[in-house]
Write a protein that binds this ligand. Sequence first.
Ligand code: GZL
Length: 335
Amino acid sequence: MKRFGKMSAVLALTFCMSVLGACANGGNNQTGAASEGSATKAGTTITLGFSQVGAESGWRSANTKSIQDSAKEAGYNLKFSDAQQKQENQIKAIRSFIQQKVDVIAFSPVVESGWDTVLKEAKDAGIPVVLTDRAVDSKDTSLYVTFLGSDFVEEGRKAGKWLSEQYKDTKEDVNIVELQGTTGSAPANDRMAGFAEVIAANPHLKVIASQTGDFTRAKGKEVMQAFLKANKDIDVLYAHNDDMALGAIQAIEAAGLKPGQDIKIISVDAVKDGMQAASEGKINFIVECNPMLGPQLMKIVKDVVDGKSVEPRIVTEETTFTSEQAKEALPNRAY
Ligand code: GZL
Protein backbone atom coordinates (compact mmCIF):
# COMPACT_ATOMS: atom_id res chain seq x y z
CA MET A 1 0.00 0.00 0.00
CA LYS A 2 1.48 3.34 -1.04
CA ARG A 3 1.47 5.60 1.96
CA PHE A 4 1.57 9.33 2.49
CA GLY A 5 5.27 9.43 3.21
CA LYS A 6 8.75 10.01 1.81
CA MET A 7 7.75 9.67 -1.88
CA SER A 8 4.85 12.07 -1.49
CA ALA A 9 6.93 14.48 0.58
CA VAL A 10 9.65 14.54 -2.10
CA LEU A 11 7.02 15.16 -4.80
CA ALA A 12 5.39 17.89 -2.71
CA LEU A 13 8.76 19.52 -1.97
CA THR A 14 9.79 19.38 -5.63
CA PHE A 15 6.48 20.95 -6.57
CA CYS A 16 7.01 23.72 -4.02
CA MET A 17 10.64 24.33 -5.03
CA SER A 18 9.72 24.58 -8.72
CA VAL A 19 6.69 26.81 -8.36
CA LEU A 20 7.08 28.69 -5.14
CA GLY A 21 10.84 28.63 -4.56
CA ALA A 22 12.01 27.17 -1.25
CA CYS A 23 9.06 25.70 0.70
CA ALA A 24 10.01 26.94 4.18
CA ASN A 25 7.31 24.87 5.68
CA GLY A 26 6.73 22.08 3.18
CA GLY A 27 6.05 19.62 5.99
CA ASN A 28 3.32 21.45 7.86
CA ASN A 29 0.61 19.40 6.31
CA GLN A 30 -2.35 19.26 8.63
CA THR A 31 -4.61 17.90 5.95
CA GLY A 32 -2.53 14.78 5.47
CA ALA A 33 -3.09 15.26 1.75
CA ALA A 34 -0.41 13.49 -0.25
CA SER A 35 0.65 15.01 -3.57
CA GLU A 36 -0.75 13.83 -6.92
CA GLY A 37 0.41 10.44 -8.03
CA SER A 38 0.15 8.82 -4.60
CA ALA A 39 -3.50 7.75 -4.91
CA THR A 40 -4.36 4.45 -3.24
CA LYS A 41 -3.80 1.44 -5.42
CA ALA A 42 -7.23 -0.18 -5.83
CA GLY A 43 -7.79 -3.52 -4.05
CA THR A 44 -5.18 -3.26 -1.32
CA THR A 45 -6.22 -3.53 2.35
CA ILE A 46 -5.70 -0.52 4.58
CA THR A 47 -3.87 -1.33 7.80
CA LEU A 48 -4.81 0.91 10.77
CA GLY A 49 -2.90 0.88 14.06
CA PHE A 50 -5.12 2.03 16.97
CA SER A 51 -3.89 2.67 20.52
CA GLN A 52 -6.82 2.83 22.96
CA VAL A 53 -6.63 4.43 26.45
CA GLY A 54 -7.90 1.34 28.27
CA ALA A 55 -11.21 -0.14 29.44
CA GLU A 56 -11.84 2.18 32.41
CA SER A 57 -15.46 3.10 31.76
CA GLY A 58 -18.67 2.28 29.95
CA TRP A 59 -17.86 5.09 27.56
CA ARG A 60 -14.51 3.53 26.70
CA SER A 61 -16.05 0.11 26.07
CA ALA A 62 -18.61 1.66 23.72
CA ASN A 63 -15.87 3.64 21.96
CA THR A 64 -13.75 0.49 21.48
CA LYS A 65 -16.73 -1.43 20.09
CA SER A 66 -17.51 1.39 17.66
CA ILE A 67 -13.92 1.42 16.36
CA GLN A 68 -13.59 -2.37 16.07
CA ASP A 69 -17.00 -2.81 14.42
CA SER A 70 -16.38 0.05 11.98
CA ALA A 71 -12.92 -1.22 10.98
CA LYS A 72 -14.43 -4.64 10.29
CA GLU A 73 -17.26 -3.06 8.32
CA ALA A 74 -14.72 -1.08 6.27
CA GLY A 75 -12.61 -4.16 5.59
CA TYR A 76 -9.52 -2.65 7.22
CA ASN A 77 -6.78 -4.65 8.92
CA LEU A 78 -7.05 -3.23 12.49
CA LYS A 79 -4.10 -3.60 14.86
CA PHE A 80 -5.68 -2.68 18.24
CA SER A 81 -3.78 -2.07 21.48
CA ASP A 82 -5.26 -1.43 25.00
CA ALA A 83 -2.86 0.73 27.05
CA GLN A 84 -4.53 0.09 30.43
CA GLN A 85 -4.51 3.88 31.00
CA LYS A 86 -0.69 4.09 30.84
CA GLN A 87 0.99 6.58 28.50
CA GLU A 88 4.13 4.45 28.23
CA ASN A 89 2.04 1.62 26.80
CA GLN A 90 0.55 3.94 24.18
CA ILE A 91 4.00 5.18 23.16
CA LYS A 92 5.20 1.55 22.88
CA ALA A 93 2.17 0.68 20.74
CA ILE A 94 2.72 3.65 18.40
CA ARG A 95 6.39 2.64 17.97
CA SER A 96 5.28 -0.89 17.17
CA PHE A 97 2.85 0.39 14.55
CA ILE A 98 5.71 2.40 12.99
CA GLN A 99 7.88 -0.72 12.89
CA GLN A 100 5.01 -2.65 11.25
CA LYS A 101 4.67 0.17 8.65
CA VAL A 102 0.91 0.53 9.10
CA ASP A 103 -0.85 2.91 6.71
CA VAL A 104 -2.34 5.17 9.40
CA ILE A 105 -1.99 5.44 13.19
CA ALA A 106 -4.94 6.61 15.31
CA PHE A 107 -5.07 6.95 19.10
CA SER A 108 -6.89 8.49 22.05
CA PRO A 109 -4.11 10.10 24.15
CA VAL A 110 -4.59 9.19 27.82
CA VAL A 111 -3.05 12.54 28.84
CA GLU A 112 -2.41 15.79 26.90
CA SER A 113 1.38 16.09 27.24
CA GLY A 114 4.49 14.06 26.30
CA TRP A 115 3.69 13.00 22.72
CA ASP A 116 5.95 15.15 20.52
CA THR A 117 8.87 12.70 20.31
CA VAL A 118 6.87 9.65 19.25
CA LEU A 119 4.62 11.68 16.92
CA LYS A 120 7.76 13.06 15.23
CA GLU A 121 8.96 9.45 14.75
CA ALA A 122 5.67 8.64 13.01
CA LYS A 123 5.95 11.76 10.84
CA ASP A 124 9.55 10.93 9.90
CA ALA A 125 8.37 7.43 8.96
CA GLY A 126 5.73 9.02 6.69
CA ILE A 127 2.80 7.56 8.66
CA PRO A 128 -0.14 9.97 9.18
CA VAL A 129 -1.59 10.16 12.71
CA VAL A 130 -5.24 10.82 13.62
CA LEU A 131 -6.22 11.90 17.16
CA THR A 132 -9.58 10.58 18.33
CA ASP A 133 -11.55 11.39 21.49
CA ARG A 134 -8.84 13.29 23.37
CA ALA A 135 -6.37 16.01 22.27
CA VAL A 136 -2.63 16.50 22.81
CA ASP A 137 -0.99 19.82 23.76
CA SER A 138 1.76 19.59 21.08
CA LYS A 139 2.43 23.04 19.61
CA ASP A 140 3.40 21.44 16.28
CA THR A 141 0.05 20.66 14.69
CA SER A 142 1.76 19.10 11.68
CA LEU A 143 2.35 16.03 13.92
CA TYR A 144 -1.21 14.87 13.32
CA VAL A 145 -3.74 15.15 10.50
CA THR A 146 -6.87 15.90 12.55
CA PHE A 147 -8.49 15.70 15.99
CA LEU A 148 -11.88 13.96 15.95
CA GLY A 149 -13.68 14.33 19.26
CA SER A 150 -15.94 16.27 21.59
CA ASP A 151 -15.50 19.84 22.79
CA PHE A 152 -14.91 19.09 26.48
CA VAL A 153 -14.86 22.74 27.50
CA GLU A 154 -18.35 23.10 26.02
CA GLU A 155 -19.44 19.97 27.90
CA GLY A 156 -18.28 21.63 31.14
CA ARG A 157 -20.11 24.83 30.20
CA LYS A 158 -23.34 22.87 29.59
CA ALA A 159 -23.06 21.36 33.08
CA GLY A 160 -22.38 24.80 34.57
CA LYS A 161 -25.30 26.42 32.71
CA TRP A 162 -27.80 23.85 33.99
CA LEU A 163 -26.61 24.26 37.58
CA SER A 164 -26.59 28.07 37.34
CA GLU A 165 -30.20 27.94 36.12
CA GLN A 166 -31.21 25.67 39.02
CA TYR A 167 -29.79 28.09 41.58
CA LYS A 168 -30.23 31.43 39.83
CA ASP A 169 -32.30 32.88 42.72
CA THR A 170 -30.44 31.30 45.63
CA LYS A 171 -29.48 33.60 48.49
CA GLU A 172 -27.43 30.90 50.22
CA ASP A 173 -24.14 29.28 49.31
CA VAL A 174 -24.38 26.05 47.27
CA ASN A 175 -21.63 23.59 48.21
CA ILE A 176 -20.35 21.65 45.16
CA VAL A 177 -17.94 18.70 45.17
CA GLU A 178 -16.25 17.69 41.91
CA LEU A 179 -15.00 14.29 40.80
CA GLN A 180 -12.35 15.01 38.15
CA GLY A 181 -11.40 12.60 35.37
CA THR A 182 -7.87 11.24 34.87
CA THR A 183 -5.29 13.80 35.99
CA GLY A 184 -3.72 15.56 33.00
CA SER A 185 -6.29 14.27 30.52
CA ALA A 186 -7.99 16.69 28.11
CA PRO A 187 -11.54 15.82 29.28
CA ALA A 188 -10.62 16.37 32.94
CA ASN A 189 -8.82 19.67 32.30
CA ASP A 190 -11.46 21.04 29.95
CA ARG A 191 -14.63 19.85 31.72
CA MET A 192 -13.29 21.47 34.89
CA ALA A 193 -12.44 24.71 33.06
CA GLY A 194 -15.77 24.99 31.23
CA PHE A 195 -17.80 24.36 34.40
CA ALA A 196 -15.75 26.84 36.48
CA GLU A 197 -16.03 29.50 33.74
CA VAL A 198 -19.83 29.43 33.83
CA ILE A 199 -20.50 29.09 37.58
CA ALA A 200 -18.09 31.98 38.31
CA ALA A 201 -20.98 34.33 37.48
CA ASN A 202 -22.79 33.29 40.69
CA PRO A 203 -20.65 33.77 43.85
CA HIS A 204 -23.00 31.47 45.80
CA LEU A 205 -21.91 28.48 43.67
CA LYS A 206 -18.84 27.21 45.49
CA VAL A 207 -16.66 24.19 44.63
CA ILE A 208 -15.61 23.14 48.15
CA ALA A 209 -13.69 20.00 47.08
CA SER A 210 -12.33 18.72 43.76
CA GLN A 211 -10.32 15.51 43.29
CA THR A 212 -9.64 12.92 40.60
CA GLY A 213 -11.63 9.71 40.52
CA ASP A 214 -9.69 8.61 37.40
CA PHE A 215 -12.93 8.07 35.45
CA THR A 216 -13.59 4.78 37.28
CA ARG A 217 -16.57 3.67 39.40
CA ALA A 218 -14.40 2.30 42.22
CA LYS A 219 -12.35 5.48 42.61
CA GLY A 220 -15.45 7.65 42.27
CA LYS A 221 -17.03 5.79 45.22
CA GLU A 222 -13.83 6.02 47.30
CA VAL A 223 -13.38 9.77 46.76
CA MET A 224 -17.07 10.51 47.37
CA GLN A 225 -16.84 8.63 50.67
CA ALA A 226 -13.96 10.94 51.64
CA PHE A 227 -15.93 14.02 50.51
CA LEU A 228 -18.91 12.97 52.65
CA LYS A 229 -16.67 12.38 55.66
CA ALA A 230 -14.97 15.76 55.36
CA ASN A 231 -17.99 17.90 54.38
CA LYS A 232 -21.26 17.73 56.31
CA ASP A 233 -23.25 19.90 53.92
CA ILE A 234 -22.80 18.91 50.26
CA ASP A 235 -25.52 20.19 47.91
CA VAL A 236 -24.19 19.15 44.48
CA LEU A 237 -21.83 16.61 42.88
CA TYR A 238 -20.33 17.40 39.46
CA ALA A 239 -18.76 14.18 38.09
CA HIS A 240 -16.69 14.28 34.88
CA ASN A 241 -18.16 10.93 33.81
CA ASP A 242 -21.06 8.56 34.56
CA ASP A 243 -18.89 5.81 36.00
CA MET A 244 -17.57 8.06 38.77
CA ALA A 245 -21.10 9.39 39.37
CA LEU A 246 -22.41 5.80 39.72
CA GLY A 247 -19.66 4.97 42.22
CA ALA A 248 -20.49 8.17 44.12
CA ILE A 249 -24.19 7.22 44.21
CA GLN A 250 -23.22 4.01 46.05
CA ALA A 251 -21.34 6.11 48.64
CA ILE A 252 -24.19 8.63 48.97
CA GLU A 253 -26.77 5.88 49.53
CA ALA A 254 -24.48 4.09 52.03
CA ALA A 255 -24.36 7.38 53.95
CA GLY A 256 -28.18 7.30 54.18
CA LEU A 257 -28.66 10.17 51.72
CA LYS A 258 -30.81 10.28 48.56
CA PRO A 259 -28.81 10.90 45.34
CA GLY A 260 -30.60 13.40 43.06
CA GLN A 261 -32.52 14.81 46.05
CA ASP A 262 -30.26 15.39 49.11
CA ILE A 263 -27.33 15.81 46.75
CA LYS A 264 -28.03 16.91 43.15
CA ILE A 265 -25.82 15.12 40.61
CA ILE A 266 -24.55 16.31 37.24
CA SER A 267 -22.59 13.88 35.08
CA VAL A 268 -21.05 13.55 31.61
CA ASP A 269 -21.14 10.74 29.00
CA ALA A 270 -24.80 9.49 28.92
CA VAL A 271 -23.87 5.79 28.73
CA LYS A 272 -26.68 3.33 29.41
CA ASP A 273 -26.01 2.88 33.14
CA GLY A 274 -25.80 6.64 33.61
CA MET A 275 -29.04 7.19 31.68
CA GLN A 276 -30.70 4.48 33.80
CA ALA A 277 -29.69 6.30 36.99
CA ALA A 278 -30.89 9.58 35.49
CA SER A 279 -34.26 8.05 34.53
CA GLU A 280 -34.62 6.98 38.20
CA GLY A 281 -33.89 10.56 39.32
CA LYS A 282 -30.55 9.64 40.94
CA ILE A 283 -28.67 11.80 38.40
CA ASN A 284 -30.38 15.14 37.66
CA PHE A 285 -28.57 16.21 34.46
CA ILE A 286 -26.29 14.38 32.01
CA VAL A 287 -24.15 16.00 29.32
CA GLU A 288 -23.71 13.57 26.43
CA CYS A 289 -20.21 12.70 25.21
CA ASN A 290 -20.61 10.59 22.08
CA PRO A 291 -18.26 7.53 21.98
CA MET A 292 -19.46 6.29 18.57
CA LEU A 293 -16.47 7.69 16.67
CA GLY A 294 -15.78 4.56 14.58
CA PRO A 295 -17.59 5.40 11.35
CA GLN A 296 -16.13 8.94 11.15
CA LEU A 297 -12.64 7.63 11.97
CA MET A 298 -12.75 5.04 9.18
CA LYS A 299 -13.84 7.72 6.68
CA ILE A 300 -10.95 9.94 7.78
CA VAL A 301 -8.49 7.03 7.41
CA LYS A 302 -9.68 6.34 3.86
CA ASP A 303 -9.49 10.02 2.90
CA VAL A 304 -5.96 10.31 4.30
CA VAL A 305 -4.77 7.19 2.47
CA ASP A 306 -6.41 8.44 -0.74
CA GLY A 307 -4.61 11.77 -0.38
CA LYS A 308 -7.81 13.76 0.15
CA SER A 309 -7.80 16.79 2.43
CA VAL A 310 -9.22 16.40 5.96
CA GLU A 311 -10.48 19.16 8.28
CA PRO A 312 -7.91 19.65 11.08
CA ARG A 313 -10.68 19.61 13.77
CA ILE A 314 -13.88 17.53 13.64
CA VAL A 315 -16.23 18.06 16.60
CA THR A 316 -18.71 15.29 17.44
CA GLU A 317 -22.44 16.01 17.72
CA GLU A 318 -23.91 15.60 21.23
CA THR A 319 -26.74 16.82 23.48
CA THR A 320 -27.89 16.86 27.14
CA PHE A 321 -30.53 15.01 29.19
CA THR A 322 -32.62 15.88 32.23
CA SER A 323 -34.03 12.94 34.20
CA GLU A 324 -37.29 13.14 32.21
CA GLN A 325 -35.46 13.28 28.88
CA ALA A 326 -33.24 10.36 29.91
CA LYS A 327 -36.34 8.25 30.66
CA GLU A 328 -37.69 8.96 27.16
CA ALA A 329 -34.35 8.38 25.39
CA LEU A 330 -33.20 5.27 27.31
CA PRO A 331 -35.02 2.61 25.23
CA ASN A 332 -33.29 3.78 22.03
CA ARG A 333 -29.78 4.34 23.34
CA ALA A 334 -27.12 2.58 21.23
CA TYR A 335 -24.61 2.55 24.11
C1 GZL B 1 -14.28 11.51 26.80
C2 GZL B 1 -13.51 10.29 27.21
C3 GZL B 1 -13.66 10.04 28.66
C4 GZL B 1 -15.09 9.71 29.07
C5 GZL B 1 -14.83 8.76 30.18
O1 GZL B 1 -14.21 11.68 25.42
O2 GZL B 1 -12.13 10.46 26.91
O3 GZL B 1 -12.85 8.93 29.00
O4 GZL B 1 -15.86 10.81 29.44
C6 GZL B 1 -13.71 7.94 29.59
O5 GZL B 1 -15.93 7.96 30.55
O6 GZL B 1 -13.08 7.17 30.55
